[in-house]
Design a protein. Structure first.
Ligand SMILES: [Zn+2]
Length: 230
């Protein structure tokens, strides 16, 4: 959700540049998808320079662990670093770059911060290593696959927000606000919003069922359980 393609948008997008992808010769489908989705030019990593940023990062890292578990991965599969020139981006090794401007702009809108992070973690980039032996695909097939990937990530973001007891509307509003131009890899914002809301409804059902059947477990995975940790 965070890579804005095309020209003419950078003026409207206060968070970052446009990304370009080099024309590399991929050897397998896994490599192709990793290059296409996660092989973009990395945003520049920066050091947190004040207490607010440090606190915001620490809070988001606690959510990152929950999201990793929800995605079915280990907490250690992901790291979170501060960057500039991006909203958020994940690389093939599970390193999430979170833009400082984005982090601070949404310091009081946790649902958007977690929703954006959930989308990135929803890509689960490491699993593409499993496709190392699959043959490369045509450009069209690859684009279709990447759109599907984005859809999975959006669906996961919606589901995760619900399961964590957060709101989905702020993320949908945010997406609609930043989606100025269609990009071949992405569906238009209204469709993405629909997918996210589907995921959210799914997550709500799971959340409610768990609350009914396993109150103790629901308490542990809910938002409140981690508030004390900062
Ligand atoms: Zn994405």
């Amino acid at each position: 959700m965070t890579r804005i393609g095309g020209t003419g948008i950078s003026g409207k997008n206060p968070y970052g540049p446009t990304w370009t992808t080099g024309a590399k010769q991929a050897e397998s489908l896994g490599q192709q998808v990793q290059d296409e989705l996660f092989g973009k030019k990395k945003p520049r990593e920066i050091d947190p320079d004040d207490a607010t940023v440090v606190a915001q990062l620490a809070r988001l890292r606690a959510w990152q662990k929950k999201l990793a578990r929800l995605a079915g991965d280990d907490e250690d599969d992901y790291t979170l670093v501060l960057a500039e020139g991006t909203i958020a981006m994940i690389d093939a090794r599970g390193k999430v770059y979170v833009g400082k401007r984005f982090l601070l702009a949404f310091a009081s809108v946790l649902d958007v911060q977690v929703g954006v992070l959930a989308h990135e973690i929803g890509h689960r980039p490491k699993r593409w290593a499993e496709y190392k032996s699959a043959a490369p695909r045509s450009k069209e097939e690859l684009e279709r696959l990447c759109r599907t990937e984005e859809t999975y990530a959006d669906y996961f973001a919606g589901r995760a927000l619900a399961e964590l007891g957060l709101q989905v509307e702020p993320l949908c509003r945010f997406l609609t606000d930043i989606a100025e131009l269609p990009h071949p890899e992405y569906f238009a914002a209204p469709l993405r919003v629909e997918v996210i809301k589907e995921g959210y409804a799914d997550g709500r059902r799971k959340h409610e069922l768990r609350k009914k059947m396993f109150p103790e477990l629901a308490r542990r995975v809910s938002a409140k359980a981690d508030l004390g940790r900062g």
